[in-house]
Structure formats: C-alpha cells, structure tokens
Design a protein around this ligand. Sequence first.
Ligand SMILES: *[C@@H]1O[C@H](CO)[C@@H](O)[C@H](O)[C@H]1NC(C)=O
Ligand SMILES: *[C@@H]1O[C@H](CO)[C@@H](O)[C@H](O)[C@H]1NC(C)=O
Ligand SMILES: *[C@@H]1O[C@H](CO)[C@@H](O)[C@H](O)[C@H]1NC(C)=O
Ligand SMILES: *[C@@H]1O[C@H](CO)[C@@H](O)[C@H](O)[C@H]1NC(C)=O
Ligand SMILES: *[C@@H]1O[C@H](CO)[C@@H](O)[C@H](O)[C@H]1NC(C)=O
Ligand SMILES: *[C@@H]1O[C@H](CO)[C@@H](O)[C@H](O)[C@H]1NC(C)=O
Ligand SMILES: *[C@@H]1O[C@H](CO)[C@@H](O)[C@H](O)[C@H]1NC(C)=O
Length: 432
Amino acid sequence: MNTTIQLSLIIAFVLFPTIIRGSQVIYVQPEQIHLSLGVKSNQIVVTWTTFNSTIRSTVCYGIESMDQVAHGSQNEFIDDGTERRKLFIHRVYLNDLNANTTYKYHVGSTQGWSEIFTFHTFPMGHEWSPRFVVYGDLGNVNGRTLSRLQDEIQSGNHDLVLHLGDFAYDLHDDNGRMGDQFMRQIEPIAAYVPYQVLPGNHDNAYNFSHYNNRFTMHSEGDNVTNNHFWSYNIGPVHLIAFSTEFLYYTKYGKQQIRNQFDWLEHDLIEANRPENRAIRPWIVTAGHRAIYTQRYVNTVVKNGNEFGPGFEELFFKYGVDLELWGHEHIYERIWPIYNGTVFNGTNDNAYYNPRAPVHVTTGSAGCILLPPKILQRRPEFSAFASNDYTFTQMHVINGTHIQLQQVSDNQNGQIIDQIYLIKDNHGTYEFK
Ligand SMILES: *[C@@H]1O[C@H](CO)[C@@H](O)[C@H](O)[C@H]1NC(C)=O
Ligand SMILES: *[C@@H]1O[C@H](CO)[C@@H](O)[C@H](O)[C@H]1NC(C)=O
Ligand SMILES: *[C@@H]1O[C@H](CO)[C@@H](O)[C@H](O)[C@H]1NC(C)=O
Ligand SMILES: *[C@@H]1O[C@H](CO)[C@@H](O)[C@H](O)[C@H]1NC(C)=O
Ligand SMILES: *[C@@H]1O[C@H](CO)[C@@H](O)[C@H](O)[C@H]1NC(C)=O
Ligand SMILES: *[C@@H]1O[C@H](CO)[C@@H](O)[C@H](O)[C@H]1NC(C)=O
Ligand SMILES: *[C@@H]1O[C@H](CO)[C@@H](O)[C@H](O)[C@H]1NC(C)=O
C-alpha cells in the first residue's frame, strides 16, 4: 500500500467509525433479584429478570471471595397484555451451602453483572430460633411499610420473609411493568433473605402467569416448583403455604382444589408422625383469605364450596398451631377458635395451651385499597384489631414459645400488639 491509500484509510476509519448494530437498547443487565428456599435446606434459588436473553445465567458466590460459580437456566415469559412484552426469567440453584454462613454473590453473565448481595444460610438441624417477617397485600402505590421492611431486613435480624399473597396491585398491570417495578422495590429485601410467597386474588390474571413465572417455590425435598402450595421445615417449625384461590378461580380448573387438599392432608400426616412432631412441634399454615375477620366469617375458606373442601376442619384435625392470613387490609388477632367457638387455653392466658388453632390476619402492609375502619363492636372471637400499616415479626424461640409482634409504620416502628403463643405439647386438639 502506498502512503496515500494508507492515509485515506486512516482518515476514513477515523471520520466514519463502523457502527456495530442499530441504535436499539439491549437489556441484559440483571434486575429484580430475589432468593427463595431450594429443594434441600442447604440450597438457595436465585431468580432474576432481564428483558433480552443472555448467553448464560450465572451466579458467582462464596464466603471470603466469590470463587464459586453456578449456572442455571432462563425461561422466556411473554405477558398476555396487548404489548405481549417479553421477560427472561433466570433461575440458578446454589447447592451444598455451608450452614449458618454468610455468603456474598452476584448474578448475571459476561454480558453484565449485578451488584454484590449477601445472604446468611440457616443453621443445621431444628434447634435454632428462626425469625420470620410476615405480611400480605403489599403494593407499589401506597406500599407504606416497604421502606421500613427494606431497612429492617438489611439490619440482618431476620431469616425469612413470608408474603401472604397480593403483590404489586397488580403484577400484570401496565403490560407487566407494575410487576417489574414492584420486584425492583422488593429487591433490597428479597436479595438478602428467602422471599417466600403464596397466591392472593390480585395475582390471578392469566391463570396466575406472572405469579407463576416470577417466583420459585419448592417444598423441601421436591424438585418440582409449585408456587401455589408448598411446605418447609425451618428450625422447630413445619411451615405450610397454600392457595385459598383455587376455591374461587374455578374457571382455571376445579381439580386443583382436590389436588391441593390431598397434598395438604398427606403433608400434615407426615408432619404429625411422632418422630417428626417431636423435633418440629410447631405447625404453622399460611394462606391468603382469612376465615375469621371483624366483618365476616369466610365460610368458603372455612368449609369449602360445591367444588371442594375448605380448611378449618383439616387444620384442626391435624393440630395446626397457628394460621397466618392476609386479604383483609388490617391486623387482627383472633382468640383460639374452632367452628366459630372460642377455645381459650387457661383462664389467665388464652394463648397458653390453647384448645384450638390461633388465627392472625396481617394484611396491612399497604396497597392502593385503603384499610377498612375498625368496628366498634366486633365479634367475640376478635381479640385485637388495628388498621395501622403494619407487618408481623414471628420469633420461634423454641419448641414451646412463639413470640408474635406487630410493627406499626404509622407509629414509627412501635410494636402495637404482642403475644406469646405457648404450648407444652402439640398435636391433635380432639382429645384434650
Ligand atoms: C431485546 O428485546 C427487545 C424487546 O423485547 C427486542 O425488541 C429486541 O429485538 C431484543 N434484542 C435482541 C438483540 O434480542
Ligand atoms: C451460628 O454461628 C454463630 C457464629 O457465627 C454462632 O454464634 C451461633 O451459635 C450459630 N448458631 C447455631 C444455631 O449454630
Ligand atoms: C427430580 O427428582 C426425581 C427423583 O425424585 C428424579 O427422577 C428427577 O430426574 C428429578 N428432576 C430434576 C429436574 O432434577
Ligand atoms: C391453570 O394453570 C394450572 C397450572 O398452574 C393448570 O393446571 C390449569 O390447567 C390451568 N388452567 C387453564 C384453564 O389453563
Ligand atoms: C359447626 O357449627 C355449626 C353451627 O354454627 C354446626 O351446625 C356444625 O355442625 C358445626 N360443625 C362441626 C364440625 O362441629
Ligand atoms: C378468652 O380469653 C380472653 C382473654 O382472657 C377473654 O377476654 C375472653 O372472654 C375469653 N373467651 C372465652 C370464650 O373464654
Ligand atoms: C423456651 O423459651 C422460653 C422463652 O424464652 C423459655 O422461658 C423456656 O424456658 C424455653 N424452653 C426451653 C425448653 O428451653
């Protein structure tokens, strides 16, 4: 090449740089990162979203440094709204984690990594005191407890969050953008502790498609995900999450009512085997629509309907200790109850060896629907009610003591109600 040609090539290159592709933005940066319990207790699942597919789905993690690598998979999820927006949901399982250990991690691919987060694994065995944060009905608009929850979880004093249905209001709104923004908002919570979920009525759109795609729930020991009903052993607790919505959204199928009921009964029989109940005496259930509320008794959830059975008798029969609910946008504590009758424990303390399950509704985390008034005259079974924006702290101290505290956002984080549920022995109520 002579120097003139060389020179003109250089000029051409400098003046007209080659553009790699069109001007379209590429969305490969991971977002909406959240954790959940894996198939085994030494496993954690990391789930996140990108809006374009990536070459891989990878988590780098470790104790001192992020020297371990796990790969997973991505699912294309197409929202059913008019825009048919596409999301790529990535899932990676972190296996064989050390117990009671803090890990750091980041997620993504060589096309982009998230910032670094941390989580702390559960101690081994059943002799530890898990601290749960429990609430339902948290939305994007008027999500009043959200910042307090973000702050509280990052303090490191909690092991797990249980969200009792109704997310974002609603996950599918604005072609799924409402869901995206909500999942970004819970990331400062859910990227640090397992964010365990169950379905509410607001999550039913397109046969719960957003709810199914965005979360990853496993029962302990079951490698098939099921976001509608699952159970897990956590310290001295056997925690069961289930759907009250199958009884209502029968347009999506009636068989699911029976399938879930049979699974629940089998799960409760297992949890009640003497060798299991001896080490995990507490059976705690979590569902969306409360049975006992200041305004009504939900007879569908209680007794069932023409399509299938309800839950009260089943949970009573198998000695469930505590039933957590959302849906009503208040906090309400119920005296120990079965079939509308209060069965207090002792005369001094209703919650000492109660003769029926204890129900608590904690559906006031904050959402677009304003909380109802607390009635002046409430049913006899209603022990305490507040329409402050609140969430529950559930501290399972040991096999005999659970502490429940209700934290009010209106009152700057003050605890507005507290009980100890105390049981010297657990099991069926029928013979007491
Ligand atoms: C990235 O996603 C957008 C929106 O779904 C899509 O229009 C575009 O074609 C994607 N780009 C690539 C490179 O896949
Ligand atoms: C977890 O580890 C800490 C120290 O890092 C220790 O103090 C604590 O006792 C351990 N908990 C259990 C239940 O083993
Ligand atoms: C799930 O576990 C069963 C055995 O319990 C096994 O046959 C199956 O391959 C596993 N599936 C996956 C996806 O790991
Ligand atoms: C709704 O989804 C469930 C699985 O989550 C499926 O079993 C059922 O058949 C679906 N219903 C309809 C009407 O597609
Ligand atoms: C529950 O109470 C109702 C009356 O309120 C009664 O008719 C029914 O037989 C009771 N059911 C059980 C299982 O005790
Ligand atoms: C249950 O205990 C509470 C608190 O002691 C009491 O107010 C209520 O009247 C009791 N109910 C019954 C039916 O004994
Ligand atoms: C359980 O915890 C309670 C409250 O801290 C305590 O009084 C009780 O002695 C503990 N029981 C056992 C068996 O450690």
